[in-house]
Structure formats: structure tokens, C-alpha cells
Design a binder for this molecule. Sequence first.
Ligand code: GTP
Ligand code: MG
Length: 724
Amino acid sequence: MPLKVNYGVDYNDDYNVYEDDNYHYDDLYEYENEKRDITHQTKAKQEVIRTGAWRCPICTYDNEDSMSECDICGALRNCLVRISQTGDSTADTFHAGGGRCKSSGASVMVKSLFASFRHRAPAKSVAFEAKNDAVLIEDAFIIRRNFQEFLRAFSSQKHQNINIAAPFKFDSPSPDDLVSTRLHSSKLDSKANFKRLSSLDMSTREREKNILIESELGTEGPNSSSASVARDGGVKERDFASDCGIKPEILVSRMRSVSLSSKSRTGNVNEETGTSNLEYKPEAWMIPDQAEDRLSQLNLAIVGHVDSGKSTLSGRLLHLLGRISQKEMHRHEKEAKQQGKGSFAYAWALDESAEERERGITMTVAVAFFNSRKYHVVLLDSPGHRDFVPNMISGATQADAAILVVDASMGSFEAGLDPIGGQTREHALLIRSFGVDQIIVVVNKMDVVEYSQERFEMVKQKLGTFLRSCGFKDSSVLWVPASSMENQNLVATPDERLFSWFHGPCLLDAIDSLQLPARDYSKPLLMPICDIIKSQSQGQVSTCGKLVTGAIRTGSKVLIMPSREVATIRSLERDSQACKIARSGDNVTVNLQGIENNHVTAGGVLCHPDFPVRVSNHLELKILVLDIKIPILSGSQLELHIHHAKEAATVVKILSLLDPKTGKVTKKSPRCILAKQNAVVEVVLQGSVCVEEYAESRALGRVSLRSSGRTVALGLVTQIMKTQ
Ligand code: GTP
Ligand code: MG
């Protein structure tokens, strides 16, 4: 998988002919035709499958036979049973034994590509219809009720030392340098090892503490929400979940007497390593010096429906801020024009692979950096196409905040909010479930609607309703009308067309107004590995990822899980610059020595040698089921995503249904779980994953469950069970 990291300006740049103001782009009609042609060509190509390869049913890429998951979109090869949302059974058919794909699956890709085109706006007409409003709003309310209630049920706790408050904080902030999401084949190398270790891991474990989560029904005002709980060293983690009570009408329910088992990493170590009852104490260097003169790192995920202009926006921003040189920009423009895709020039700054450029869509997360006045921003440009949501998940789990890009043009905005396949909707839900509570909504392509205030207000009203239903507080959502193509409202005040009615901040100022989430320096190191770079010649392995907790520095020893090997940190890089120390929240490349290549895998975790992360393939989860058509049954097969790992999962037991308001058990051992229900289930994974209970670590205790290319449920790990 090509790593997509933007290293910034080429300082040898001596090209200055490029004139930004004259930069022009293709008409949308032309663009659509381009995409259609490509799709047909691609389809034709897909007829031929190489021998010794298997074709991904999701993105149609022909993978090496040794790959257990698609090298491009990360879809698992062996996820055999599907819960179809569409009832389309023609798409994916697998041999039960080898997990080989029989049908090409090309139709899925082609269909989904064209599905989104159908809604594209033809050129610049501005017409506003109230069509489907009722459905949209009704739908939004249903989701709002369920999602909010689920959030609330997990939200507040007034108890002991564990904060289960943030209902769906799958992951607190974080990004990393190289977010190429697919797990490498190296993951397979260590799987046998993995299983052995995980059984060791679990067999000696006893649960140490039972946490009673008190809950109560009540209404919380906007200010009663900051239920931050001091953790270990007194460092607080901001808890958004408890302040997701956006409006008085949204009652914040609390679970009563729900007993969760939890186990601290300290306890694990004692049993597994024989080092008795270690109490973790951060060393002085691990806590940042307030006087330190360096911009804080802000991990910013760019998400949104396909073709909303995320990459164009990112490319334009980087160019305006000097991270992409004129020379480089000119090259992109020239190449894009040569391929008949002039309008994609800015997007090509981030969409670097031939396949992405050919298809005109982003497939993997691109990582770039720039400095604002307040932050060193790590930009994570996500793919918007539904087939690449797994990649989006891996990148966005690291986000401290997000920019949700929506296309203002007629039909396109509506397509993004479509309950089936609208990625504005799915991305917003996912991003919220990762614990992101601050969001900037860029209403892009305002040029297409002639900078109409009416259209902007309509988008704001409809999307605002939906975002509230996801748990975003009104005060944490910033609205920025913009045109990436015409450079309006990105880094400076827009011209009269926008400025006549919009006086809010431009995008760059909006980014500076974001708050940095509190970082947890008081806990032992945890860094989920997003990607690895292996240098055969130098025998060196580099891992990329965001530190969830703790700190590392050159020379530190780290434990690599699940292989349980210890390595030494040879050097650290932040934004391709060498650095000595990295702390919680930093997105870094860690160059390791004293470790063999095959002991490090993407989806693994770097930890403190005395405080290993847990490893298991058997989990108890609390889940909120989204809008599915076919119920989840015992035996249902899903795809489980947790930090940068994913595994095929089988629901082995449905323990109970929960009241979304109170969290109380309403039914024990139900036969199935329907849309929008809350439940406790047990899942067994095909391979083990590094995991923590949510009570211990939010970042490693949040999961999302997917099936047939759609997210079907969001969940929290409530218990790690003995590996099966
Ligand atoms: P995916 O990553 O595949 O989801 O797409 P994306 O959201 O990154 O969209 P991308 O940046 O690739 O842009 C898609 C198309 O929209 C390109 O043809 C862009 O030129 C066009 N586009 C982006 N921003 C604007 C804008 O502000 N105005 C107009 N008119 N077109 C835009
Ligand atoms: Mg893109």
C-alpha cells in the first residue's frame, strides 16, 4: 500500500510561472463523463483475474493469494456470512472453505459509483426543493433518539475511579504520520504466535475489580456535562459524552447498577510477568513542560460523502499555506489535464496512487501537515466512497477533531444524507463514536449554488438536526461556507459574494478555534500501530501511529504486542523531522531496533514493557445497532474494527437487550437484535486483537461492527474474556 504522506514544500522550487488565480477547473458535466468512462474501462479490466490471486468483492482489486484482506480497501477475505442491507445477493459470494471470492464483485463497485453520480448536480442551477424533507427529518429524529439515548446510557457515572462517561468515545484523539489503513501481510505472520500468547494472556487472568456504574435519569444542562474524571496521575481526560446533552429536550440518562468488569493493566502485568503489583508512575520527562516552545499537534480528520471536495479542499489549503510548492502544483495541474481531469489538480496533491487518479476517488487516507497560528495540524484526508470506509475508520480513529465536508450543490448534499449509502451520515456517526466532539462543517462548492445564503441555511438546518442526533453539541459545531475551487473562505475573508451575508470565521480561523483534547500523560505507553515501514536493507522497522497515553523517547524500551517482543527506540520522527520525545496525542514514526520484521504488525500496539496491553479474541460488547434491515442473530458474522485492527467476528451469544434510557436489562437472551436496539453480546474473533476494556482505555475499548460494506453497530468493550 502506498503511503501517502505529504512532506511539504519542495525547497528546490524555482518554478514560479504557475498562476494560481488563473487556475481553472473542468465543468462538472465533463467530470461526470470522465468518471463514467473510467468506470467502464475499469469494469472491462476486471473481467480478467490473475491466477494465484483473489478478487476483492468490495473494490475489485486482484490481491495476492497470500493476502487475507484486500490490499487496497482492507476488506477481509474470509468474512463469509453477510447481513445484507440491500437484499442484493448477487454481489458477494464466497466459498465457505477457502474464503475465495467467486464473483468478481465489479458490479458492487460500479453500482455504488454510479449511485453517487445519480445525485450530482448538473452545473450551476440553484433550485431549492423541500422534497423528502419530511422523511429526512423524521429519520433524523429516530436516529437522534436512539443514538442519544445510547450515548446517555453509557454516559455519566459518578463512581470510583473509572469514567465510562463518554458513551461513544471509541477513540480519543490521535493521528499518525502514515495512515495507510490496510493491515499488512505481516499481520498474518504472527497470527499463530498471537493466538498462543493470547491464551497465555487470558488464562492467568482474574478480574480484579468490578465497577459499579451508577446511573440515574435526569436532565443535564449544557454546563453540567463536563464530567471529567481524574485518572491515575490526576490528569483529566475531557469527557464529551456527558456533555452531549445538546438541548434541554435531550435527557441524559444514566445507567443504574450496571456492573462492568474491568481490569487494570497493572493487574495484568502482575500475573503475566511475575513482576508483582507494579504501580505506574510517569517519569518527569514524560510530562510536558508548560514553557516548551512548540505548537501542539492537532489531529484533524477530513471526512464526508464521496466527491464532496475533501481532497481538493486539503490540497488547496496546503497550497495556500505553502506546503505545496508552485512547482509541485503546476505538475499536478499538468498531469491532471493530460488525463482529462483538470478539476482534480488539487486533489491529486493527496490522491497520489495511479488507481486513485484513474478512478477519481480517494481510496486510502492521505496524511499531510501544516501549521496554523495555534497548532501543528496533522491533516487526515479520508476516502468518501463507501467501499473504503474501513480505511476511513483507521485514519479517523486518531482524530482530535474533524472537518465534515458537504457538497452544497443540489442533489449532492441530499445524497450524502441518504439513509442508504450516504457517507455524510455514516462518517458523522463514526467520527462521533470515536469520541470526536468538535466538528467544523465546511459547506463546500458554494460557487455551484452561486453563494446562495438560502442554500447554506437549508444545509445547516438539515445537517444540524442530524448532527445533534449523533450527539454533537450545537456549540461544538462550526459552520463554514466555502468554495475550495474558487478559494473562498479558506484562509482569508471571502469576497463580496459570501461576505455580503457571512461574517463568521474562515476555515483556518475555525481550525484555530478548536480546543485541544486533554492528553493522558499519567498512564503507561499505548500506541496502536497504524502502519509499518520495513527497510530490508537496513534491517530496520518503523511503526507509525498516535500515542494514546504515556510517552516515549529515543533509547526507551518498548514492548511490541501481540508478539510480546521488546525493542529499543532508535529514533523518532514527527512530520518527517527528528524529535527526541513523543507524548500522548503526538502522531509519530517510531524507528525500532533489536526486533525482527515479522514481530511488528499494523494493528498491533507499542506498550510499556511492564504494562502490556491485553490480547484476546473473545469479547463482551455493549452495542448500539444502527439502521439495519436484517436482525443480528447469534451466529451472525460481522467485521469488527478496533483502533487499527480488524477481524472477522461471530456473534456467539446475545446476552441481553438494554433499555436505551436507563441501561437496564429489558430482556435476557433474546433471539435477535433489531435496528436501533441496545444490547450486550459476546463475539469471538477469527484472530486475536490488542484490546482494553472501555473502562480502562477508551481508544482501545471502542469498536465498530460492519457487514456488507455498511456499519451496522457501534460498541464498547465491557469485558475481555478468555481466548477461545
Ligand atoms: P473522495 O475522496 O473520492 O470522496 O472525493 P473528495 O471528497 O476528495 O472530492 P475531490 O476533492 O476529489 O473532488 C471531487 C470533484 O469535486 C472534483 O472534480 C473537484 O474539482 C470538485 N470540487 C471540489 N471542490 C469544489 C468546489 O469548491 N467547487 C466546485 N465547483 N467543484 C469542486
Ligand atoms: Mg478525496
